[in-house]
Design a protein around this ligand. Sequence first.
Ligand code: GBE
Length: 493
Amino acid sequence: MSLRGFIFCCLIAISIAQDETNNKFFPEDFLFGAATASYQVEGAWDEDGKGENIWDRFTHSYPELIANNDTGDVACDSYHKYKEDVAMLKELGVDFYRFSLSWSRILPTGFVNKVNLPGVTYYKNLIKELKDNGIEPLITMYHWDLPQPLQDLGGWTSEVVVEAFAEYARLNFELFGDNVKYWLTFNEPKQTCLLGYGQGMFAPGIASPGIGEYICTHHVIEAHARAWHIYDQEFRTTQNGQVSITIDTSWFEPATDSEEDAAAAERSLQFTYGWYANAIYNSDYPEIMKTRIAERSLAEGFNQSRLPAFTDEEISYISGTFDFMGVNIYTSFIAEAMDEVPIGEPNYNYDLGVKSYQLDDWESCAASWLKVTPWGMRKILNWLKKTYNNPKIIITENGIADDGSTLEDDQRVRYYRDYLSNVRSAMEDGVNVIGYTAWSLMDNFEWLGGYTQKFGLFQVDFDNINRTRTPKSSVAYYKKVVETHCLVDTCEA
Ligand code: GBE
């Protein structure tokens, strides 16, 4: 690292050390929640008519890719234990529960011609149990578990799936919409596309770097817009809810105060959040992506950009398809300008052209990618405000992993306190945050990490057939925050 870089990092370190917990109350109507996702908690993977999805197929076909060869076959067994889950939410006192629908539990083939009634009943029961306990459902329609028959037709690289998703969304509004105020179409589509169709390390395991992820994204954005318009035209007046999408992003801090590093950091944000968000909250893909990918594609010998283009009609159809902004935030990276990457094989990371890394002295946890950087929360929220014209924001995930060695999860308590403190400070900066969601309500199937990375407020005993749930120390802290709307012992208005 250069001397300038070193001094800059020291300044970051000092600003972290000086942070004190914000002692202002959160507003009366601020919403607190906790989250899970279908494949990660439900289990019952082939019960009561549920169809196979791409994570069932992936974990069964490539057990060696998952820590301890774990699968989501049983997971937290929430399919049978949802009443216990709701009791835990009640204990926390949260305003809402963010969970996702398993597409193949509702539509085993992916298409609407065959509705699986037991699956529908499961979600109706869950929603009723929540409502009876004064907890609002916030529903994600797609948290990575595509029905396998749709994958067999090309998955997110196929237009067929856009249409199928639109119909699935309409059915969800019909079936559940009378009792749902908040909807998310997709969770973290960047992970679906980049890891699933670009790098191939997530289901469906397709490695098509520099091509597959862009086609996938194009269809996901179209599918999102279809769902939003269906709600807007057919359901909004009677159901009165709100529909959006959740995109994840890290904060990218420039490595030095040079112009090149500032540009590298901004480019990282545009290539991660902006890739999905710009078309929805502003219009079209970010200019920087369009230019760079078009230039590199032509130099590589393609006749057109590997980044598909929206027509003018599509651009205006997609623009504005949100009622709030959903964002998942966990960590930060340092972004450093890279010399122009030589032309060779197509690759998203070469298109981006940024060297990003985390510093050794940033606090780590049981998930290697997740370094504790609460200050990044305030910065990314301010960036979202500035870049997307100050939307109403719900933080739909934020949390940290432990290794399961203790129920006294002091690190998680500090994590929540410090990140929430920065959320509150961002609100003082004028960022319009209206809700916050802890990931996760309970330990669950952490994708490639299996059951080794535990994100839960509640511990789940995966060795016990009852999947016994036990509160960790963080439950008491989060419960107090939810109840008092205050992060410290005494708050001021
Ligand atoms: C979210 O992803 C997901 O929405 C949620 O389902 C998940 O449980 C939660 O966060 C916690 O991870 O080889 O381990 O470095 C890293 C957060 C893969 C973003 C991890 C994929 C972070 C994207 C692979 N990353 N994730 S490795």
